[in-house]
Design a protein around this ligand. Structure first.
Ligand SMILES: Cc1ncc(COP(=O)(O)O)c(C=O)c1O
Length: 451
């Protein structure tokens, strides 16, 4: 009989100090020495070895706003992004429910990259064959990682905004009885992971900063899993404002816009099934080129940052912490703070999903496209992109009549995949989402019992 795989409960991912000292110590050692040791599943957490949320606080010298922009760092997760959390949660829920059987099933991961990397990674650690279904024009570092973790690739034509093709391909592959999909856009473990683990970690991350509360949360949805953190933030701070960010070039939520863009991981031309639009107060559009320029500034622009007043050591520490979607989230946080007129006591939380390690090729491309990248050019970009970020392209979705657009978008996107109108209508009540969240304790028990 296949060995029963094991890993952390939702509560242990939120608070790894609940683990036995031995498991925690072995996991932290493996994180540095042997990323393929299955004990690394216990490193799926926002917390560092001292049980503090991995985060940085951006100063007003860089952001131009008084509010504290608190960025939670996803690059410290095993496999290099927090997307490993939803991948693990979906797989482990399937295992404890008896729907996914080790030694019998192949795991499918529809993705634009990081979820696919996470799927290949947790499948390897738990002994499953994995097939990642993703568009064929993502950064080459993503494909390399998936192969490194033993994942097989099934590529569909197009880019980030053609992710619908990966969903259709996944549906086709699902016809094989031995295949099981970690369908991140429609399965609720993704919601549960981010509401419980990311949301509560965000609440802990602001302790001791400003007034210790959260006034705003910004996240650019791919699957919209990360946005679920906003549900937990609102549960504690009902006045907090949640902003979903989109590429200006692909403004599907804001106004049905559809186009190609360069911000890998987000802006997938849909309202995902697991997106709780009840809590989306604003949609803010961010220009894709600015996010790539922002990565250039953080990675190669220490002098430019120092010249605008950022501490040199802090500027150096930023080098490897951001990819374009992380910059997008920061730009959204700055715009939200400006729009809401937030002050020095206020905190806006956002997320850097992954780090620089998968974007060398994206910077190479920028370097080829740019005529001049002298330090003074990067300094000008710093002013244009960060310090002078405008309040333009902010769509207010707080009124019910306007919010209806998002419900309609969800219907357009999901009725065709067989979901009923009455099921989609049930999502118009917060009870639906709280019901999904309540299952966290059930799965805590099931996961603990299974091991
Ligand atoms: C780099 C990057 N940023 C942002 C996201 C969006 O996160 P979520 O799917 O939780 O909305 C993803 C998702 O894959 C990603 O890979």
């Amino acid at each position: 009989m296949a060995k029963i795989p094991y890993g952390p409960t939702y509560d242990e991912m939120l608070d790894p100090s609940l683990l036995s000292k031995d498991v925690r110590a072995r996991a932290l050692t493996a994180l540095v020495n042997d990323e393929l040791d299955p004990i690394n599943l216990f490193n799926i957490t926002w917390k560092d070895g001292s049980n503090q949320v991995r985060k940085i606080v951006l100063s007003s010298a860089l952001t131009g706003v008084d509010a504290n922009i608190v960025v939670m760092l996803g690059c410290g997760f095993p496999s290099g992004s927090h997307k490993v959390g939803p991948a693990y949660s979906t797989l482990i829920e399937g295992i404890v429910d008896g729907d996914i059987v080790p030694g019998e099933h192949t795991i499918l991961g529809p993705s634009t990259g990081n979820f696919g990397i996470g799927t290949a990674y947790v499948s390897k650690l738990l002994g499953f064959r994995a097939i990642v279904i993703m568009p064929d024009t993502m950064s080459k570092e993503r494909y390399e990682r998936i192969r490194k973790y033993g994942g097989e690739l099934e590529l569909t034509p197009g880019s980030e905004s053609d992710v619908i093709l990966t969903l259709e391909k996944t549906r086709e592959l699902m016809k094989h009885p031995k295949n099981r999909a970690l369908a991140q856009f429609e399965l609720f473990p993704n919601y549960r992971f981010h509401r419980h683990v990311t949301g509560n970690s965000a609440l802990q991350a602001v302790k001791g900063i400003g007034n210790g509360r959260i006034a705003g949360f910004t996240s650019a949805p791919g699957s919209a899993g990360t946005l679920a953190a906003g549900d937990q933030i609102k549960a504690v701070f009902p006045d907090a404002k949640i902003a979903a960010l989109e590429p200006y070039e692909c403004s599907t939520l804001a106004n049905g816009g559809r186009g190609q863009h360069r911000i890998e991981g987000i802006g997938d031309k849909m309202c995902t099934l697991i997106h709780n639009v009840l809590h989306t107060d604003f949609v803010i559009l961010i220009r894709d080129e600015e996010t790539v320029q922002g990565v250039k500034i953080f990675h190669d622009g220490v002098e430019a940052l120092v010249n605008v007043g950022v501490d040199r050591n802090f500027a150096m520490s930023l080098r490897n912490l951001f990819g374009p979607s992380g910059i997008c989230n920061v730009l959204g946080a700055i715009k939200l703070a400006k729009f809401l007129r937030l002050g020095p006591e206020d905190n806006v939380v956002t997320i850097a999903t992954d780090g620089f390690d998968r974007y060398n090729s994206v910077l190479d491309d920028l370097n080829k496209r740019s005529l001049d990248l002298a330090p003074q050019v990067l300094e000008r970009w710093t002013h244009d992109i960060f310090l002078n970020a405008g309040e333009d392209h902010i769509f207010d979705f707080r009124k019910a009549a306007i919010k209806e657009r998002l419900f309609q978008q969800k219907e357009n996107d999901w009725l065709k995949f067989g979901y009923t109108k009455s099921f989609l209508d049930s999502m118009r009540s917060q009870d639906f989402w709280d019901g999904q969240y309540a299952k966290v304790s059930e799965y805590n028990q099931k996961i603990a019992a299974a091991r």
